[in-house]
Each structure stands twice: as C-alpha cells, then as structure tokens.
Design a protein around this ligand. Structure first.
Ligand code: ATP
Length: 262
C-alpha cells in the first residue's frame, strides 16, 4: 500500500447513549482513492465528521500526515491540507459563484494585509491566478454558465457542484466527500468522479468518499470499506468487495443471502 496519509485507529463516537461509530480502523494512502459504503444510518457521515473535527470523536486516534489531529479544530485540519465538501453546502448566497470560489482558496491574498498594501502587483497576479483556476474548475463541473450568478440562486445540485469546486480551490492533499454524486444527473455524477481521478493522477491527491451510487464508487476506488452498524465489516479492492457475501448481506439483508445459498 502507498505511504499512509490518514490513519484512523479505534475511533468511537457516541451521541449521548447512541453508539454511531463503534471502534473503526481505517487508512488512506497518499494518492489513494478510498470509498466508504454501507446502509443508511450505519455511521459513515459521523465517521467523516469526526475525522474532520466537526463532531469530535468520543475516543480513538486520528493521524494525518504524521500528526495527531483528533483534538484539532476543523480550520486547523484544513490548514494541514485536508478539505471536505459535505452534504450541506455552506455558501455565501448573495455573492457570485466566482467570488465563492475565490474566497475558498487557501492563502487568500486578500487576507494578507502586507501583500494587499505593499505587493499590489503580486496581489493582482494571485487574484488572476485564482480566478483562472476557479473558472477552469467551474468549466469542468459544468457550471461555468453560472460564473457571475448569485450562489443562492443555484439549484441544490448546482450548489453541491459549487461546494465541490470550492473544496478543490485549496488544492488539498486529502479531500473528504460525502455523496458527491447525490442529487446531480448521471452524466454529471460520472464527470465528477472522472475529475477526481484526474486530480489523483495529475496532482497525487487522495480521497475518502462516501457514495451510495455504487457503480460509480466501485469503478473509481482503489480500496473500499464497508460499514454496518458503526463497524467496518469488510474491506478490500472493489472487485473483491462486491463479490463477498458479507457485502451482499449488508445491502440485501441476511435472509436474502441465506435464501440465495439454498
Ligand atoms: N447529531 C446527531 N445526534 C444524534 N444522533 C445522530 C446524529 N447524527 C446522526 N445520528 C445517528 O447516528 C447514527 C449514524 O448516522 P450517520 O448519519 O452517521 O449514518 P450514515 O451512514 O451517514 O447514514 P446515511 O447514509 O443515511 O447518510 C444514526 O443512528 C443516526 O440517527
């Protein structure tokens, strides 16, 4: 396996008395595309949120690029090179799509008062570079016709694409995605996954992706974890996972597996 980038050890997350994640071990290697699947309510989103510090883990260890991050805040984790584009877009609805993209970039030149006062040439070049990058991503995600529209006027599916685009502006080492293809049409869903593949190949980016559209996930993932009731019950290469009876059992139910074996 590739050098480890993210390592999760025995992560548990309780909501009061409810155990949503019951001691998960998981790893993402550098340049790897890892999928996370499982039935509704099995703890996938909670696991991603706990890794990212949005819902701090009750116990367990999370290491990213060799640093312990389980006690860190999301913005600290972001600064280390991990980004997320979760289910519910957090956009600036009255700002243009382009501005939403530019503001999401890491080391926003406008944030740096020295640059904006004394290095105006460099500031403008950086702004231009960010705008070009933003427009390339908008083109790629098929929403370039909305570049100057207000983000709040986009459809739910378009906002999701924008959120993915924004998460890519920071050029993160690892991107966490929760159902990137949900709510977008099949052609666009395929395009999103192809873009993730390209980023992996060209920039060595790594991904940890929850996706219910299994045909997409299995076609693009290097490694897949299957969760059920808060635990990892199966892991392997996509072709191994889909041919494993445990996978069938988790999705179709144990009764169906027994009936199929008779
Ligand atoms: N904020 C919360 N407070 C209390 N319980 C929660 C909370 N969020 C999730 N849960 C519960 O934790 C369990 C795991 O939920 P989670 O959303 O992580 O699962 P999931 O696998 O991502 O589901 P889905 O595929 O439907 O998104 C479920 O029983 C859910 O009801």
């Amino acid at each position: 396996m590739a050098e480890s980038l993210l390592k999760v050890e025995n992560l548990q997350k309780y909501y009061g008395g409810l155990c949503a994640v019951a001691g998960v071990d998981l790893e993402v290697g550098r340049g790897q595309f890892v999928g996370l699947v499982g039935p509704n309510g099995c703890g996938k989103t909670t696991l991603l949120s706990s890794i990212y510090g949005l819902r701090p883990a009750t116990s367990g260890r999370v290491t990213f690029a060799g640093r312990d991050i389980e006690k860190m805040m999301p913005h600290q984790i972001y600064d280390l090179g991990m980004a997320n584009a979760f289910q519910f877009p957090r956009l600036f609805p009255t700002m243009s799509v382009l501005d939403n993209m530019i503001i999401a970039a890491r080391n926003q030149p406008g944030d740096n008062i020295f640059n904006s006062l004394f290095r105006r040439g460099a500031w403008h070049r950086d702004e231009d570079r960010l705008a070009i990058r933003a427009m390339e991503l908008l083109e790629l995600l098929n929403i370039s016709h909305l570049t100057f529209s207000k983000a709040g006027e986009m459809s739910g599916g378009q906002q999701k694409l924008l959120e993915i685009g924004r998460s890519l502006m920071s050029e993160p080492e690892l991107l966490l995605l929760d159902e990137p293809a949900a709510g977008v049409n099949p052609v666009l869903g395929k395009q999103i996954f192809e873009e993730l593949d390209r980023l992996k190949a060209e920039k060595g980016m790594s991904f940890l992706v929850i996706e219910h559209r299994l045909e997409l996930l299995m076609a693009h993932a290097d490694w897949v974890y299957v969760m059920d009731r808060g635990r990892v019950v199966l892991q392997g290469k996509p072709e191994q996972v889909v041919n494993d009876p445990v996978f069938f059992e988790v999705y179709i139910g144990s009764g169906a597996v027994e009936a199929g074996n008779e």
